[in-house]
Ligand binder design. Structure first.
Ligand SMILES: NC(=O)c1ccc[n+]([C@@H]2O[C@H](COP(=O)([O-])OP(=O)(O)OC[C@H]3O[C@@H](n4cnc5c(N)ncnc54)[C@H](OP(=O)(O)O)[C@@H]3O)[C@@H](O)[C@H]2O)c1
Length: 225
């Protein structure tokens, strides 16, 4: 199916890594930024790096959100609510949003190994509150680090996809499966994002203690298909 995927905050490490992996898999990507010129610059760099006929362009976040079928939210938690409020009347009905944000304490000057308490229960549930009716949400990719996405090697980790909307869960899982080495797992309801988000803080602690950059998660005992 032809679709356009906006990566909001796609100039950052996580967003540009995802953009690169999904563009390589044949998806049409729009990098979003607060600054259209910065988005265009990142899009150009990615096109040059990947080569071939990859489809990556850059726009400001509002234009990108309004022009897409699927949006991946990759801005820091501290900026997510303000951005979502700006986008409230911009989304096309039927858009699917995939939230990768983690409420790390580091986004407000605290430790990267801790998560903040979020009134709604998780960053994803806060996002849900800020989306209009007709726009659906899945939470995913919070545990897949930018360092792993940056290279070309298979990422070798599982990605829990949590949503109360079957279509959003299915589209998010399909996109995850396009990243070599990533296995999408049905993570259940959106509220389970509370658990998944906190795992990121644990993984950052493991990276620090074991002096590595790419700690990830694999679940065992599940059927292979
Ligand atoms: N880094 C990882 O390994 C990783 C892994 C899993 C999940 N995540 C999640 O992915 C998100 C992005 O992580 P990152 O490391 O890529 O972060 P980042 O580089 O700090 O930020 C990504 C982009 O967000 C935009 N941005 C920054 N502050 C903003 C604000 N206040 N309002 C709106 N936009 C803002 C910036 O783009 P412009 O200046 O161009 O607008 C920036 O390039 C976070 O929520 C994080 O929890 C990250």
């Amino acid at each position: 199916m032809a679709r356009r995927i906006a990566i909001l905050g796609g100039t950052g490490a996580e967003g540009s890594g995802l953009a690169c992996r999904l563009a390589k898999a044949g998806e049409e990507i729009v990098i979003g930024s607060r600054d259209a010129a910065r988005a265009q610059g990142t899009a150009k760099q990615l096109r040059e790096r990947i080569g071939g006929n990859v489809r990556i362009e850059g726009m400001d976040n509002l234009s990108a959100a309004g022009a897409c079928d699927v949006a991946v939210l990759t801005v820091p938690f501290s900026g997510a609510a303000a951005l979502l409020k700006q986008l409230k009347n911009v989304w096309k009905p039927g858009t699917i949003v995939i939230d990768t944000t983690v409420p790390l304490a580091a986004t407000v000057g605290g430790a990267a190994t801790r998560v903040l308490g979020v009134w709604q229960g998780s960053a994803a549930e806060q996002t849900k509150e800020l989306l209009p009716a007709g726009v659906s949400l899945a939470a995913a990719l919070q545990n897949l680090g930018a360092e792993l996405l940056a290279g070309d090697a298979p990422v070798e980790c599982d990605v829990l996809v949590c949503s109360d909307d079957e279509r959003a869960k299915q589209v998010a899982s399909e996109l995850v499966s396009k990243i070599p080495g990533a296995r999408a797992l049905n993570g259940g309801k959106l509220e389970n994002a509370r658990i998944v988000e906190s795992l990121t803080a644990l993984l950052i602690g493991l990276n620090l203690r074991y002096k590595v950059h790419g700690a990830g998660i694999r679940f065992t005992g599940l059927p292979s298909k």
